[in-house]
Design a binder for this molecule. Structure first.
Ligand code: GCO
Ligand code: MG
Length: 401
């Protein structure tokens, strides 16, 4: 089953997506997501200039071989650009294999290990009242797990606050600047959790994203302060590249810890997993080398009692969401899946078969991934430069966003 064409389409149906399309001599088509928010064109170039030419004539059935050919063959390893490009090829090949077999990808991965995939949505507010209304809206939709982010008084424009609209952090042609000051945040978050638990009780999972902005000792303090409210997790407490830092956080709190959306390979989380420094590993299909490599990460995690909690922000395309759901359905150590959702014209470009009901998602049973990519529709939404914001402290120092 020879590959006859591989092409990259960058489109912006409300936000930018990089999509790889692979075709075979049998007339099968597979799609993969290669979106890297704010750095989209670098992955598009990596694919079209350096990977697509190598794919022509290769056997589309040899997924594992192709993965190692691209990973080891480049000599230069890892990194978000390389791993997003390899991920797109890998996911497109799984899509093709499913279509060739007439089976959904989850059947190729061993079949369902559960009936549905528990997902969490995002509630946010510029005030606690607004957050509470958004939380209620998620409960009304059927969510059993909800992430809460509220604007810190004095730091209103900050990560995760939608102000009633759909949250899109990559919101400007050049990076916006947000304000940050840790003491204000640390004092405020416990009041957010207290309010949510007081109002909605303990029958729903509540999550919170710290977004890499604390030091280990600050994160330990936050985790301890939140223990009475029993959060499902706190996410990305400290800058994620320092794996050993989690030892200190662990020593100071039993609040579950999640990390991994910026990781690209199993090496980024080896110590976190083998030393049991985290509870949930949040690597995603499209930034961690595709289905093939993500499953390897989750298998390592399974050995050490760490569960999955994959990144599922809106800047991962519906192709990535579908691929994540196929993996989530099949692995033994599934924890939870983020579902930020897609809005606006995204649905005109990507037609999805996955479903949501009562807090659970399902990838559907169509052959392959179950996502159709409409290239003609994509052409109506050309690339637009968009960047994530940059954080500065009140004294002007650049801080983690
Ligand atoms: C999340 C993430 C995202 C990231 C985004 C950056 O938990 O969903 O933190 O919102 O900020 O993916 O592109
Ligand atoms: Mg996050």
């Amino acid at each position: 089953m020879r590959i006859t064409d591989a092409r990259v389409i960058v489109s912006s149906p409300g936000r930018n997506y990089v999509t790889l399309v692979i075709e075979t001599e049998d007339g099968l088509t597979g799609v993969g997501d290669a979106t890297l928010n704010g750095r989209e064109l670098s992955v598009a170039s990596y694919l079209s200039d350096h990977v697509c030419p190598l794919l022509i004539g290769r056997d589309a059935r040899r997924i594992e071989d192709t993965w190692h050919y691209l990973y080891k063959g480049a000599y230069w390893r890892r990194g978000p650009v390389t791993m997003a490009a390899i991920a797109a090829v890998d996911v497109a090949l799984w899509d093709i294999k499913g279509k060739a077999a007439g089976m959904p990808v989850h059947q190729l991965l061993g079949g369902p290990a559960r009936d549905g995939v528990l997902v969490y949505g995002h509630a946010s507010g510029t005030t606690l009242d607004e957050l509470s209304a958004d939380f209620q809206r998620h409960l009304d939709l059927g969510y059993r797990a909800v992430r809460v982010q509220a604007a810190v008084p004095g730091l209103e424009a900050n990560y995760g606050i939608s102000g009633g609209a759909v949250y899109e952090p990559a919101d400007a042609a050049l990076p916006q600047e947000n304000l940050w000051e840790t003491p204000l945040y640390l004092d405020f978050v416990p009041t957010v959790m207290a309010r949510i638990r007081e109002e909605f009780g303990y029958g729903v999972h509540v999550l919170h994203d710290v977004h890499h902005r604390l030091t280990p000792v600050e994160a330990g303090r936050l985790g301890a302060a939140l223990e009475p409210y029993r959060p499902f997790w706190i996410e990305d407490p400290t800058p994620a590249e320092d794996q050993a830092a989690f030892r200190l956080i662990r020593q100071h709190t039993t609040t579950p810890l999640a990390v991994g959306e910026v990781f690209n390979s199993i090496w980024d989380c080896q110590q976190l997993i083998t030393e049991r420094l985290i509870d949930y590993i949040r690597t995603s299909v499209s930034h961690t080398g595709g289905i093939t490599h993500l499953r390897r990460v989750f298998s390592l995690a399974e050995l050490y009692g760490v569960k999955s909690g994959s990144h599922g922000a809106g800047d991962l395309s519906p192709i990535a969401m579908a691929a994540a759901l196929h993996v989530d359905l099949t692995i033994p150590n599934f924890g939870i899946q983020e579902n930020m959702g897609h809005t606006g014209p995204v649905g005109e470009v990507f037609r999805t078969g996955y479903t949501f009901a009562d807090g659970y998602m399902h990838p559907g049973d169509a052959p392959g991934l179950g996502v159709e990519f409409d290239e003609e529709a994509a052409a109506r939404f050309p690339y637009e430069p968009r960047y994530l914001p940059v954080n500065r402290r009140l004294d002007g120092t650049v801080h983690d966003w």
